[in-house]
Design a protein around this ligand. Structure first.
Ligand SMILES: CC(C)(COP(=O)(O)OP(=O)(O)OC[C@H]1O[C@@H](n2cnc3c(N)ncnc32)[C@H](O)[C@@H]1OP(=O)(O)O)[C@@H](O)C(=O)NCCC(=O)NCCS
Length: 174
């Protein structure tokens, strides 16, 4: 069985060779992830096999950023939030290489993203974790991890900070 490491996206990763089956997330990794990292917009972490040599094959990835959201009616969040915007962590993108689908790698990436989100919220606050599901099909995947739609008409999903559990294992990072 392979062992994996989670690394911040860098030149040594084969971004062009990544194919998840959803072009928009493949394109983001190829064309935007490193630039967004350099500009401080978001941080993308890629999952690679331990011991791989450059260009390292990317098995999966996810992207996190901090966002400001309107203090509205978020499911599972205490009422009477202040009127101004409050912060949350956005799981902007998450994908697994098509050849590796169905091996619980997506679940492992969600667990790692949740743990990083929890650490961020413990340090600097935040009402929870937001994800924008790419389509209706993917809503079912995120529902498994406790995310709930913000509204019936929206693909935006939410996990309140109280539900971010401890104990997920993050592979060795940066
Ligand atoms: C969605 C995706 C990340 C799942 O990754 P994966 O490694 O195949 O998922 P896992 O093996 O961890 O699956 C965990 C469970 O979720 C289920 N699942 C996987 N994709 C699902 C989906 N789209 N809808 C509902 N359930 C799904 C699996 O059947 C599995 O269930 P089981 O434990 O009962 O067998 C992957 O299919 C992918 O990269 N898709 C293309 C990119 C994409 O859509 N990304 C999301 C953008 S928001």
């Amino acid at each position: 069985m392979s062992s994996y490491a989670l690394e911040i996206v860098a030149e040594c990763h084969d971004r062009a060779g990544f194919a998840s089956g959803l072009e928009s997330v493949d394109r983001y990794l190829r064309e935007a992830a490193r630039g967004h990292l350099e500009k401080g917009i978001s941080v993308t972490r890629v999952l690679v096999e331990v011991g791989g040599t450059p260009p390292k094959q990317v098995v999966g990835y996810f992207t996190l950023s901090n966002i400001a959201v309107e203090a509205g009616d978020w499911p599972g969040v205490a009422k009477r939030l202040p009127k101004q915007a409050v912060s949350a962590v956005l799981l902007g993108r998450l994908a697994v290489a098509k050849a590796a689908h169905g091996r619980e790698i997506g679940s492992m990436l969600v667990a790692s993203a949740r743990q990083l989100t929890r650490e961020t919220i413990l340090r600097t606050g935040g009402i929870g974790m937001v994800v924008d599901a790419a389509n209706e099909h993917v809503v079912g995947f995120y529902t498994r991890f406790g995310f709930r739609r913000v509204s019936a008409a929206s693909l935006r999903m939410f996990l309140p900070s109280a539900s971010l559990e401890t104990g997920a294992v993050i592979p060795k990072d940066e």
